[in-house]
Design a binder for this molecule. Structure first.
Ligand code: SF4
Length: 347
């Protein structure tokens, strides 16, 4: 049996043809499962009883279960979801003044080994299926439905490297963006990568209008090699060349994410080096105050330092902001709730 949430519309059309159905069956199904939020095949009244029986034999519609939930006083909700194989993943809802933002996980664990990251404490076990990516939005939407709200923006920035699960993440964003899917505008969807150069170029060639964010976190190879091992495979020069290719080919600017780590990458010299590095690109820099993780040695930069860093960037013509913090009274760092749960399991 296959979870029908795994199919973006083109693949669902092909599937319908394989079952001897017309292509429009896919649109009907999409409307039932995403627009009308129906997960019971028997309620799909414009589909013949005979084909409903076929669907029930080969397919099902199921979302992950909520295993743990943390609510912050600022409205952030952090969920630990349980998948069908009992794996646990984190999903976060953040309430901005412009909408409800879902931060989605793309893999169970992560192999990229960024030194400051709670998610990277656990190696990748597997990629998430499309249905498990879609399921995170469906679960958050079911919580928001109580207030007549829904997810309006999606960032694929939770645990995992999205471009290491490229095909499934792309099918997921197609479902997010499709008018009969979640109908979320492309400009409201962001995929973040730690810098897989070939995949950035592939993504540039897709012709999508989805936003791209790059986790940079260092202005030079020396620091980046220490905090992000992926830099040893794709050094900053190659990454910047891929960013320029993306800007030229996709006609879009990227956002650089930069986590400020005390005494590691937060000096004025680093800010100046960063400004020089991205000179000539259209890029925008998102400075992220670090949420310390118990198991890791890294510390948060002082507020003063964060603002000085921002000043240097802006004086050097870089468009930059400090990211608003969410859920500081719960396990705010990415992957922290899951890390806590995994640790408790091993006690
Ligand atoms: S920051 Fe992202 S890519 Fe790096 S280890 Fe954490 S989850 Fe993986």
């Amino acid at each position: 049996m296959i979870n029908l949430y795994n199919f973006e519309i083109k693949k669902l059309e092909n599937l319908m043809e394989e079952y001897g159905q017309k292509k429009y069956r896919a649109t009907q199904l999409f409307k039932w499962i995403y627009e009308k939020k129906v997960s019971d095949f028997d309620l799909m009244s414009d589909i013949s009883k005979k084909f409903i029986d076929v669907l029930k034999k080969d397919f099902y519609l199921k979302v992950p279960a909520i295993y743990k939930r943390q609510d912050s006083s600022d409205g952030t909700i952090k969920l630990l979801l349980e998948l069908e194989d009992n794996s646990k993943i984190e999903t976060v809802l953040m309430k901005y003044n412009y909408g409800n933002v879902a931060c989605v996980t793309s893999q169970v664990g992560c192999n990229m080994g960024c030194c400051f990251c709670a998610s990277g404490l656990f190696k990748k076990q597997r990629n998430l299926e499309v249905a498990e990516l879609v399921g995170q939005i469906l679960v958050l939407n079911s919580l928001l439905a109580e207030k007549n709200e829904k997810i309006t923006h999606v960032v694929v920035m939770g645990t995992g490297e999205p471009f290491d699960n490229y095909n499934n993440v792309l099918d997921f964003v197609r479902i997010l963006n499709h008018p009969y899917g979640f109908a979320i505008g492309a400009r409201h969807i962001t995929v973040s990568t730690c810098g897989l150069v070939e995949k950035i170029k592939q993504y540039a060639n897709e012709g999508l209008q989805i936003n791209l964010a790059i986790s940079l976190h260092a202005p030079n190879n020396e620091i980046r090699n220490k905090v992000m091992p992926i830099n040893r495979k794709y050094p900053i020069e190659e990454l910047m060349e891929a960013v320029k290719y993306y800007e030229k080919t996709a006609g879009r600017r990227v956002t650089f994410e930069y986590i400020l780590l005390r005494d590691i990458n937060d000096s004025d010299e680093c800010a100046l080096e960063l400004a020089n590095l991205i000179k000539g690109t259209l890029a925008y820099v998102n400075l992220i105050p670090y949420n310390p993780v118990n198991e890791l040695k890294y510390q948060r930069s002082s507020n003063n330092r964060i603002h000085n860093f921002l000043d240097v960037l802006m004086k050097n013509g870089v468009n930059a902001t400090i990211r608003k913090e969410f859920g500081t009274d719960i396990d705010a760092a990415c992957g922290q709730l899951r890390a806590k749960n995994e640790k408790a399991k091993n006690l």
